[in-house]
Design a protein around this ligand. Structure first.
Ligand code: CP
Ligand code: NVA
Length: 305
């Protein structure tokens, strides 16, 4: 079993990992030694704080170990991806890859002899989606019938929230004036709309008035950092999205939980003060990356039913 996108998982598989994530947080000692002697390979083509560290520490806490490989100081840059992944998988029990392109995640998954987790490509960020639904469940007490507004660029994180929402009955409203072209997934949104769990709204205030949660993310996803036209694209996006910043004015007195996958770009998609607003659950969300990461590791290692 792999985790490339939550679209590939059944509602039952998502529910199992959600329950184990909550149990992991409540009583981590119960899972001591469950990955004893096992090794997780972490291959990163992009930067990371949460995904890398929660995976390394998570494996250690479960009794196993993780080894970090930076794309730039390995031979991934000069060899065929499938060859290098195959070799890596021969030394490992599990693999997590953070690659720029979704097509490369699929290539890696096909080449690997062991289960692969997608640690965030240009199209999906399923590990984030699982931590997000865990956090909402913890904060609100349920997921079915919850309404979440996602504001900003429709990107990998938005896709993963919609994919998770479909599995747990959570409705997503997108206030997204633009779709990140690399993240486009019409079929996902068609399916979510068909089952009544997705719609679009131009007016952020109107969306917030009927939401339990509001979520934002960067206006410039990491794959743009290697784009030679980045400077032009950055200026264009900052101007377009400024009215959609989460701040005291746009949030008003709406009774919504506030989420952000982090890293936050203070003063851009979110005003810095909002991270510590009483309505913010952003740091619980970040903490939950660890607990849910450990649950995913156990799931992919075949340790959960
Ligand atoms: N949210 C998230 O994936 O953070 P990192 O990029 O730091 O891993
Ligand atoms: N959407 C962001 C997520 C970072 C964790 C990006 O891809 O850069």
């Amino acid at each position: 079993m792999n985790l490339v996108t939550l679209k590939d998982w059944s509602a039952e598989e998502v529910a199992t990992v959600l329950e184990v994530s909550l149990a992991m947080k409540a009583d981590p000692d119960r899972f001591d030694g469950t990955m004893k002697g096992k090794n997780l390979a972490l291959l990163f083509q992009k930067t990371s704080t949460r995904t890398r560290y929660s995976s390394e520490i998570g494996m250690l806490q479960l009794g196993g170990q993780a080894v970090y490989l930076d794309w730039d100081v390995t031979n991934f840059g000069l060899a065929d991806l499938a060859d290098e992944i195959k070799v890596l998988s021969l030394y490992s029990d599990l693999m997590l890859v953070r690659l720029l392109k979704h097509a490369d995640v699929l290539k890696a998954t096909a080449a690997s002899r062991v289960p692969v987790m997608n640690g965030c490509c240009d199209r999906y960020h399923p590990l984030q989606g699982l931590a997000d639904i865990m956090t909402i469940r913890e904060a609100v007490g349920r997921l079915d019938g919850i309404r979440l507004t996602y504001v900003g660029v429709r990107n990998n994180v938005c896709n993963s929230l919609v994919a998770a929402g479909v599995k747990v009955g959570m409705h997503v409203t997108a206030v997204t004036p633009e779709v990140n072209p690399a993240a486009a997934d019409e079929a996902l949104y068609e399916e979510a709309r068909r089952v009544g769990l997705f719609d679009e709204e131009d007016d952020l205030a109107a969306a917030l008035a009927r939401s339990d949660v509001v979520y934002t993310d960067t206006w410039i996803d990491m794959e743009y950092f290697t784009d030679p036209d980045f400077a032009v694209e950055k200026e264009r996006r900052l101007a377009l999205f400024q009215p959609y910043q989460l701040n005291a004015e746009t949030l008003g007195s709406h009774k919504v939980r506030i989420m952000h996958c982090l890293p936050a770009h203070r003063g851009y998609e979110i005003d810095g003060a909002i991270l510590n607003d009483p309505r913010s659950i952003i740091f619980d969300q970040a903490e939950n990356r660890l607990h849910s990461q450990k649950a995913v590791i156990l799931k992919l290692a075949g340790k959960l039913l």
